[in-house]
Design a protein around this ligand. Structure first.
Ligand SMILES: [Zn+2]
Length: 151
């Protein structure tokens, strides 16, 4: 139960923090820096998953992760295609009024401290440093907290 609630809530926090990290809305396949970072960050994810399996906590992280991406699955995977039906779909402003959780997330990002104080570095390469720091802090937290929350 804790996993479900925490997984779900963590999505809002992670998406709000993503504001200071290097996340261009569209892939820049021509850009060497973008490509290298895509490889590195995916590599870190794979290493993390392998580590989780090795320490025998796969299902714990699986369910946490599942409920955290449920927000994205619902908004992008279900809501968006439904809105898409029979409409001309490439109008970005049209999307903005529709999707559900991410509208709330956008509001948190822009209006609720401490997130509203964060600069938007989605296009700034220095955002990768912030992201690496978040990953390191998160990983250390996992190591410290795991004995208390694992199933
Ligand atoms: Zn999201």
């Amino acid at each position: 139960m804790f996993t479900i609630i925490f997984g779900f809530l963590s999505h809002f926090i992670v998406d709000s923090f993503a504001k200071v990290t290097y996340h261009t809305p569209e892939p820049l396949k021509e850009d060497r820096f973008w490509v290298s970072w895509a490889i590195i960050s995916n590599g870190i994810t794979i290493i993390f998953v392998v580590w989780v399996i090795l320490i025998g906590q796969f299902w714990f992280f699986f369910w946490g992760g599942f409920f955290s991406i449920l927000v994205d699955i619902y908004d992008w995977g279900i809501l968006r295609p439904i809105q898409n039906k029979g409409k001309n779909s490439n109008d970005e402003s049209y999307w903005k009024q529709g999707y559900f959780f991410h509208k709330l997330i956008d509001k948190i990002r822009e209006e609720v401290p401490p997130f509203s104080w964060l600069p938007n570095w989605n296009y700034e390469r220095k955002g990768v440093i912030v992201e690496l720091a978040i990953i390191v802090i998160f990983w250390i937290l996992v190591i410290i907290l795991l004995p208390f929350v694992s199933i």
